[in-house]
Design a protein around this ligand. Structure first.
Ligand code: FDA
Length: 390
């Protein structure tokens, strides 16, 4: 095969592109993996606080957002969390479960990048790093111009991710290329992102740094994890999760006392009439938050408060409505919801239905996971599926 002729050119050497290249290379395909960054897997390196939450034991299609909730099923069932764990184990990388099925390296995310590069080397993958793609033409093969070089292949894989965290080199490039080939894009928006507050809600700014376990609700989704007040609004895992389901104009409902029964304040009034709402709350949540909430509800001693008001207060505390005015945007979003429409792709192979030889994998596709290793598992699974077909 001539030097610049490949079986597949993969654009984007992130999680999905690296795994896809390695597996396809190991199937005997001649693969070129291209990235405009001079280093592969930058998001992997910073993921999970530098320890890479590389998969989740509870991976299931219902933990993904997509216009077609069935699309991810095939790939996720053919390349599972257990498959990636076996790969991690074969490289003797020690790992642990932190919480909620989230698996992290004991050491460093660098080990996952080293694993992927090692697997690419086993597949004799050619790497072209620090190279910008200046042109893509498609006649029978794809002709891709990378700097001064033109390479050709019958298959082209879009693995350049979504636009989250532009300072790491993230772009909407995959969407532009997909559009050029007639594929539809489901409107992208930042997800797993802190939400910002304004107006009345700003009073909560005084609580910056306070964290507490809550149930956060947005749309039909709810998440029982920690919420964190910030100088700009709300963050923490429960809020990041809810942000993926949040739309401008929606409220986010927060249950500050997920374990409390609806009549807990009435019951407390009977047993400890002299206690105050603040003291009652401070038994469960941080004192500064207890103070802010009881001030807002304007309730002091329970004995001096009618049963009706206490019942209403318990209801409000179980569904405190915040009205975010926005999010911290792509600069802070861990992922992008939306992307290349699954309606135009095969769920078996990730190939475009009407454009021969074109594939899209990873975050570029309209499949977005929850926080907790689900996004990497989608990157591995979709990359593996395409690797069987290129
Ligand atoms: P990814 O973004 O990894 O790779 C795309 C590649 O394409 C990049 O290397 C980029 O340089 C390249 N590229 C972009 N535009 C290009 C162009 N025009 N030309 C050439 N190359 C181009 N997920 C998870 O499951 N567990 C976790 O612990 C975390 N933690 C985490 C932390 C932070 C801070 C962020 C921002 C994200 C996470 N994620 C995560 C999400 C996870 O990182 C993300 O979903 C995957 O990296 C997506 O993999 P892809 O390969 O699709 O894109």
């Amino acid at each position: 095969m001539p030097r610049d002729q490949y079986d597949a050119i993969i654009l984007g050497a992130g999680a999905a592109g690296l795994l896809c290249a390695a597996i396809a290379g190991q199937r005997g395909r001649r693969i070129l993996l291209v990235d405009h960054a001079d280093e592969v897997g930058k998001k992997i390196l910073i993921s999970g606080g530098g320890r890479c939450n590389f998969t989740n034991l509870h991976t299931a299609p219902d933990r993904y957002l997509s216009a077609n909730p069935h699309f991810a099923k095939s790939a996720l069932s053919r390349y599972t969390a257990a498959d990636f764990i076996a790969l991690v184990d074969s490289h003797r990388i020690a790992w642990h479960e932190k919480t909620l099925g989230q698996l992290f390296c004991d050491g460093s995310a660098k080990q996952i990048v080293a694993l992927l590069l090692d697997e690419c080397a086993r597949g004799q993958v050619d790497l072209a790093l620090g190279q910008s793609v200046t042109d893509i033409a498609h006649v029978t093969d794809y002709r891709v111009t990378i700097g001064a070089r033109t390479v050709t292949a019958p298959s082209l894989v879009l693995a350049t991710g979504g636009p989250s965290i532009p300072k790491l080199g993230a772009t909407g490039f995959a969407y532009d290329v997909a559009r050029r080939f007639g594929l539809k894009i489901v409107e992208p928006r930042p997800a797993l992102v802190p939400l910002t507050l304004a107006g009345d809600d700003l009073l909560f700014r005084d609580l910056a740094g306070v964290a507490t376990p809550v149930v956060a609700r947005a749309g039909k989704a709810s998440f029982h994890e920690a919420a964190l007040f910030t100088h700009r609004g709300l963050s923490g895992p429960a809020i990041l999760q809810a942000s993926s389901y949040w739309r401008h104009g929606d409220a986010v409902g927060i249950d500050f006392l997920p374990a409390a029964t609806p009549d807990w304040l009435l019951a407390l009034k009977r047993t400890q009439p002299r206690t105050t709402l603040r003291r009652a709350l401070a038994a469960t949540i941080p004192d500064r938050l207890a103070e802010a909430l009881s001030d807002r509800l304007a309730i002091g001693e329970l004995a001096a408060t009618t049963d009706r008001r206490l019942t209403d207060a318990a209801r409000t505390l179980a569904d405190w409505r915040f009205h975010p005015n926005g999010s911290e945007g792509y600069a802070k979003a861990e992922v992008t919801v939306g992307g290349i429409s699954t309606a135009d792709l095969s769920s078996q192979t990730m190939a475009a239905r009407r454009v021969p030889g074109l594939y899209a994998i990873g975050e570029a596709v309209d499949v977005t996971g929850w926080l907790g290793g689900y996004n990497f598992q989608w990157a591995w699974a979709s990359g593996w599926a395409a690797a069987q077909d290129v």
